[in-house]
Design a binder for this molecule. Structure first.
Ligand SMILES: Cc1ncc(COP(=O)(O)O)c(C=O)c1O
Length: 439
């Protein structure tokens, strides 16, 4: 790890020789390749891009390809339509800061289809170069506090820190497959008294890094809790496209909220995030995501809009990829079969890898690992014998390191199925984000 990464865990993608990891392990290993999964990047781990997305983007970038009859007709027509909504008919133009109106409309229609007709409006949707943005205020007792799961996505604590937010951890329940627990939410909230002003609760569903998928009942509980405590719900649903657990399905927080009584559906404020970095698209490098605001005070929406006006627009290629993600080929379109096969292959790969890795990890001495139901991670725990913990205390081994050793292992499950050979490939990536009190 470079010193830059040690200083700031948000620094990603430092170029390394493929063998440097092995060298740093300092011993001969029965494998030749290290797969660097630290950034959670599906394509880097071997997932192939969706052909339809790349073909349409290729035509948009090089419109002469429109005449190329080897490309499916729906690809060329879609590219034509997308270029028509780009200023000057070119992906090289700026767009509105909050995103291209055409793409925002596609997103709203996608959300309505996904949520069984619950209305969605383009003006409540904001596109940015990535799904995570946050604003906060106050200092000391009045500083914004955000209830945050433990474990949580490794990019979150630095993001909160940068925004000047106090992180208020709530523990996910490992023995219940990393479920969200209501009593634990109340306990966490109590700890904020005199420390900060809790204003929001962050939820990752399907969970990063736990692979947990919440059911309707659990979502309703969280919504009631947020309503009672007047918390804004920040719902990260970026892995909604990759649920593979048996009898598990993704239900959006927005849908559940709108199917509850009016006292909730018309009052609880919610922001939902999605991104082209999602597991099946995996287009992290194209940089685009969106947030949808629900029940937000119009002044807040206006403020966000004004604030975004100071930003340079999101890369157009990313916005177009977002459009393709939310509006894929339909049955009967020439690209439909290939598109469907590619998505199903990615899902099958994720599911098989998750199962194989979980079976491997849970059988290791001193390890436990809950099965994943969605997303791209597993979260095994290493149980250190009490003598080791005692010795570490005596030797004053830093609590961060110990905590990391105990819990901080995150396993990425994307990549080609055949890529996974326990013992041949190094699969675990050490994380350094779970700083927390061990002793
Ligand atoms: C929980 C979570 N949220 C959001 C993202 C996507 O972030 P971005 O859109 O900035 O690439 C990721 C990673 O891809 C993630 O794991």
């Amino acid at each position: 790890m470079s010193s830059l990464q040690l200083v700031n865990p948000r620094v990603r993608g430092i170029r390394r020789s493929p063998h440097s990891g092995l060298q740093s392990l300092g011993a001969q290993k029965p494998f030749k390749e290290v797969i660097d999964v630290s950034s959670g990047d599906p394509h880097k781990a071997g997932v192939k891009p969706i052909s339809f997305v790349r073909q349409v983007l290729a035509v948009c970038l090089h419109p002469q390809l429109m005449k190329n009859k080897t490309l499916p007709l729906d690809v060329r027509l879609r590219a034509q339509r997308l270029l028509e909504v780009c200023d000057g008919g070119s992906v090289g133009s700026y767009t509105a800061s909050s995103g291209m109106p055409h793409v925002k409309q596609s997103i709203a229609e996608f959300i309505m289809r996904r949520d069984a007709g619950v209305p969605s409006h383009a003006e409540d949707i904001f596109i940015s170069a990535g799904s995570q943005r946050l604003l906060a205020s106050g200092e000391g007792e009045t500083q914004t506090g955000v209830l945050t799961p433990r474990p949580c996505p490794h990019t979150l604590p630095p993001l909160l820190d940068e925004a000047g937010v106090t992180l208020v951890p709530y523990q996910l329940m490992e023995d219940r497959g990393w479920a969200v627990d209501l009593d634990e939410l109340h306990r966490a909230l109590k700890t904020t008294r005199g420390r900060c002003e809790p204003r929001a609760i962050y939820i990752s569903n399907p969970g990063n890094p736990t692979g947990h998928v919440q059911d309707r009942k659990s979502i309703e509980e969280v919504i009631r809790f947020a309503a009672a405590e007047r918390l804004l719900l920040l719902v990260d649903e970026v892995y909604q496209d990759s649920v593979y657990g048996q009898e598990k399905e993704f239900i959006s927080y927005k849908r559940v909220l709108f199917e509850m009584d009016k006292e909730y559906s018309e009052t609880v404020q919610l922001v939902s995030f999605h991104s082209i970095s999602s597991a099946c698209m995996g287009e992290c490098g194209l940089r685009a995501g969106y947030m949808e605001q629900v029940n937000m005070d119009p002044e807040v929406t206006q403020f966000v809009d004004t604030m975004l006006c100071t930003d340079i627009s999101t890369p157009v290629t990313g916005q177009l990829a977002l459009d393709l993600m939310v509006n894929p080929p339909k049955p009967g379109d020439p690209s439909y079969d290939t598109y469907t096969q590619e998505i199903l292959l990615t899902l099958a790969t994720l599911s098989q890898n998750a199962q194989r890795v979980q079976e491997f990890l849970k059988d290791l001495p001193g390890m436990s690992c809950q099965p994943a139901m969605g997303g791209i991670y597993l979260y095994p725990c290493l149980h250190l014998p009490s003598e080791i913990i005692e010795k570490a205390k005596v030797r004053n081994v830093t609590r961060t390191f110990m905590f990391m050793a105990q819990r901080g292992i995150r396993v990425h499950v994307s990549g080609k199925t055949q890529d996974f050979h326990p013992g041949k490939h190094e699969l675990v990536s050490r994380e350094y984000y779970l700083k927390g009190p061990l002793f």
